[in-house]
Design a protein around this ligand. Structure first.
Ligand SMILES: Cc1cc2nc3c(=O)[nH]c(=O)nc-3n(C[C@H](O)[C@H](O)[C@H](O)COP(=O)(O)O)c2cc1C
Length: 261
């Protein structure tokens, strides 16, 4: 519920200007949210976050102090270089990534945009190597039974695990099958933020498309991981510290076609 502290409000109107659904009116000079507009409010907290005098509050939803960020050449280069230097890692050390590091990264990914601010995604962190191994065992059994994605087995024979990459951990992005606007896109955007945040800490990742598809397809895998039928895996990645995998050059990536109109 939108709450205004009139003693603090300087009537600058910024809150109304940034509201995505014109929920805030300024009829009396002061911001107000009409009851019929409450349903349209997506609780993005833009209004409270932009207010220069902390006059707006939503009980139960806090707004933390802003963190430092200076857009400009330095920020651009650091962000750009982070993106250029990320690679899909294929050799991982056994060393675990500490839980608090993963938790901070996941919390930060909450700031990814999502349709109507719905944030439909949830995360399953497979942190124990023995659980990763069991997942891989179930994958192999499924492939052997169904004779689908047989390259998984032929690569395994060559000591190349293209499903869990023999990484110490897996991150699985899950969302509802129905009832939300864009759970697939929302989950993948957040997962990409996680990917880059991991990279910024020296943690390597490899997106795990086989794994995501196989969890959705295999009842045994879903049951083992405790993913109910009304939820779907929208993205997954293997992660851990890279094992002697330091790239020296930027590979050719081509240029995607761009049209200007
Ligand atoms: C959605 C998605 C699914 C992927 N699934 C797998 C996978 O199951 N196994 C794998 O070894 N690599 C997988 N990859 C990694 C790609 O092979 C890799 O991104 C590509 O070869 C380019 O390499 P780079 O990421 O280092 O630029 C996946 C990547 C994406 C984006």
């Amino acid at each position: 519920m939108f709450q205004l502290n009139k003693d603090r409000c300087i009537q600058c109107g910024q809150c109304a200007r940034v509201c995505p659904f014109t929920c805030i009116t300024l009829d009396s000079g002061y911001p107000d949210m009409a009851p019929k507009k409450l349903r349209a409010c997506v609780k993005c907290l833009h209004c409270a976050a932009i207010c220069p005098t902390e006059a707006i509050a939503f009980p139960g939803l806090s707004c933390e102090p802003m963190v430092p960020w200076e857009p400009g050449e330095t920020a651009f280069l650091q962000t750009k270089n982070m993106m250029l230097t990320r690679r899909s890692i294929r050799n991982f050390k056994k060393d675990p990534v500490p839980r608090q590091v993963i938790e901070e990264v996941l919390r930060t990914s909450d700031f990814a945009p999502s349709a109507r601010n719905q944030q439909p995604q949830s995360w399953l962190v497979v942190h124990k190597p023995e659980t990763v191994a069991k997942v891989m065992k179930l994958v192999v059994e499924w492939v052997e039974n169904k004779h689908i994605s047989m390259e998984i087995l032929s690569e395994l024979e060559r000591q190349n695990n293209i499903v869990t990459l023999d990484a110490p951990h897996l991150l699985i992005g899950i969302g509802p099958r129905a009832g939300k606007m864009n759970p697939y896109t929302d989950t993948v955007i957040a997962l990409r933020d996680i990917d880059l945040l991991f990279h910024s800490r020296g943690i390597g990742t490899c997106w795990a498309g086989y794994l995501a598809n196989l969890i959705n397809a295999s009842l045994e895998l879903r049951a083992y991981l405790g993913i109910p039928a009304d939820l779907q895996v929208y993205g997954a990645m293997a992660f851990g510290y890279p094992d002697n995998e330091t790239y020296q050059r930027l590979p050719y990536k081509g240029n995607p076609p761009v049209q200007w109109k």
